[in-house]
Design a binder for this molecule. Sequence first.
Ligand code: MRU
Length: 320
Amino acid sequence: MLRSYDEVAEAIKKMVVRGAPAIGVSAAMGIALGASQSVGTSVADLEDDFQYICDEMGKTRPTAVNLFWAIERMRATFRRAKATNHVEDLKKVLVAEALAIFEEDIAANRAIGKFGGPLIPDGATVLTHCNAGALATSGDYGTALGVIRGARDAGKKISVIADETRPFLQGLRLTAWELAKDNIPVTVITDNMAGHVMKSGKVDAVVVGADRIAANGDTANKIGTYMVAVLAREHNIPFYVAAPLTTLDLSLKSGDEIPIEERDPAEVTHIREHQLAPDGIAVHNPAFDVTPNNLIAAIITDKGVARPPYTESLQQLVAG
Ligand code: MRU
């Protein structure tokens, strides 16, 4: 149970809550919680606290744009509602907005499943990387796993190969857990086995989530995704990205501009508290990589499926 905005921020930073949509929804909830706990008696006092909380939320993780999208939406809500000039009413509006963001995310994942399900053939084995499922979003569907669940709910028999996803092991710990619980057959492999299983003809499609998608379709996702996309191209396996429009960042022309989070070296040198690497060894631990748009067969969103060239198709989806 998180009892204050700074506990929420800490949970995001430490990846107790993780996955782009879940980070965005949690940040909105944290901001609403923090604002509700403000002891300010005037709208100006509340606004000071509110802006400070928004700034703090923005410092938690840099790559997933859903975080900044959610913060901006809360700020816009405050700007609009401020005219009421009533502290308690404003707090209620902020809580309602955070709950609306949560509900919209549930609906977005269902829509991704509806649009993406038809792309997956009956009997297919789908490889996924990281966890882009219920544990990374609101509700019980997910984005990449939402596509798999969409296919399953359309009556198809689907099985999944889950990359373990070093170093944080989201595939091994989270994807395997939630698919097994949902009775979707899942087999875990270590990340360095993906080439072999693709070459052996065991993979029919790859579906991954996203943390930030630039205007040209370049996609930041969990470290290792790029490697999987290159392998999929080599083996003529379609590589799909599944994400809600809240993961688009059309202000960035290409993926080169996406900030990549560097995390604690201990995630690489240790498994939990157990150190495996020699003392003092140098470590590089980027949490995400960028898959270039030319490797992506389609981007499955909550408003429809975008195909190359993404600079046009993504704009069209946003314009509705
Ligand atoms: O570092 P994480 O676990 O937050 O990274 C998560 C991912 O890369 C997911 O694939 C992405 O956020 C999409 S979640 C629906």
